[in-house]
Every structure is written in structure tokens, then in C-alpha cells.
Design a protein around this ligand. Structure first.
Ligand SMILES: [Zn+2]
Length: 125
């Protein structure tokens, strides 16, 4: 199985997108070091900084909507339950190929929304 740089823990210093924290592709060429994975992330970071200045927030504070945070918490909770179920099933033993496939599918189903999640700054005053 091939592991992504994120999964295998091969993280270089400052090699993550400043906004979404995804690992950035290595760039050994000349020029400024890449800080964002996409133009979208660069824009969200800029918007967040503008809002933080307006609201006099510190560097480490971010305003997100309660809906967005609750959705992320719900997704994390589902993943938490899937991990507990998988551990319980593994301890119980007697696995078939089908039961293991079912377990992996349940884990992936629970993990996909978390893996794709991204927070955006609140645009409301
Ligand atoms: Zn990014």
C-alpha cells in the first residue's frame, strides 16, 4: 500500500498550506517558498486576516460559523464511532474477507467527510 507524505509522517518544516494544512508539493526551484496549495486557500487566508484585523483578533483566533463547526464536530464524532467499532470488531476476531471489507468501507465512509473538510472564515460582520 502506498502512503501519502501526510500519512507516513514525512513532513518537512513549513511544507504545509498555511490555510488548509495540506502538505505542499516540494519546490526546489528558485523563487519564494510556496505557502498555499491553491489560489482559493491564499484568498481564504487573506479574508481571514482581514476579518481578524477588523475584529481585533489575535493571530491564533478565527471566527467560524457555529453551523460549520457543528458539522465538523459531527463528522469527527461519526469517525470516532467508526474507529471504536473497527477496534471492537478486530478484538472480537473471526474475520472474513467480507467482514473486513465492510469494516474498511465503514471507516472510509466516516473518514471521507473529515478528510475533505475545510473551515472558512465567517464573512458576516
Ligand atoms: Zn490549502
Amino acid at each position: 500500500m502506498t502512503k501519502s507524505p501526510e500519512a507516513s509522517g514525512q513532513r518537512g518544516k513549513d511544507s504545509r498550506c498555511r490555510w488548509c494544512r495540506h502538505v505542499l508539493a516540494q519546490s526546489d526551484g528558485p523563487g519564494r517558498k510556496k505557502e498555499f496549495c491553491s489560489q482559493k486557500c491564499r484568498q481564504w487566508d487573506w479574508v481571514a486576516r482581514q476579518r481578524a484585523t477588523e475584529l481585533e483578533l489575535s493571530e491564533n483566533e478565527l471566527v467560524v460559523t457555529r453551523d460549520e463547526l457543528d458539522t465538523l464536530k459531527d463528522q469527527i464524532y461519526v469517525l470516532h464511532c467508526a474507529v471504536i467499532d473497527a477496534r471492537t470488531d478486530l478484538v472480537a476476531g473471526r474475520h472474513t474477507k467480507d467482514s473486513l471489507l465492510e469494516m474498511v468501507n465503514w471507516l472510509l465512509e466516516a473518514a471521507d467527510p473529515v478528510a475533505a473538510a475545510s473551515l472558512s472564515p465567517s464573512l458576516r460582520p
